[in-house]
Every structure is written in C-alpha cells, then in structure tokens.
Ligand binder design. Structure first.
Ligand code: ZN
Length: 80
C-alpha cells in the first residue's frame, strides 16, 4: 500500500446548510456549505418551496386550459 495517496479524512466534518441547519458527517473537507439539506428540502418538510415564483406554472396551466377550451369550441362547431 502506498502512503499518503488518500486525502485527509475528517470523521466529524461540519455540514452547514443555507437554512441554518448543521450536522456532522465524515468527509475529506473539515467544513462544507450546502444550499439545501434534509432539514429544509421540500421532500422532507412536505412544504412546497416553489423556485419559480413568477407564475410560470400558472401560465402553463392557463395555456393548457385555453387549448382545451378551443378544442371544445371546435367540437361544438362540428356537431352544430
Ligand atoms: Zn437546510
């Protein structure tokens, strides 16, 4: 086995999340900053954290609604 080929291992590396949550884990870096963790990720919190807050989802849903309305109108024309 060669010596010194492995980076230093920190068994108690500190993970610091943007939400303020911190926890320790084993890592090759003594301190790691993350933007999201199991404490604040919507999957774990059950809360919807919408990254898109400019209503793109709503706009898409409106577009889909318009299209189905148009299709309904076309159908009505054909039957009359
Ligand atoms: Zn977090």
């Amino acid at each position: 086995m060669k010596k010194d080929v492995h980076p230093k291992y920190y068994p108690n590396a500190k993970i610091i999340c943007a939400c303020g949550h911190t926890f320790t884990t084993g890592s090759t870096q003594p301190e790691i900053h993350v933007e999201i963790c199991s404490n604040c990720h919507p999957f774990y919190t059950g809360k919807q954290k919408l990254m898109d807050d400019r209503g793109r989802v709503e706009r898409f849903q409106r577009m889909v609604q318009k299209k189905s309305e148009l299709a309904a109108k076309k159908k009505a024309k054909k039957s009359s």
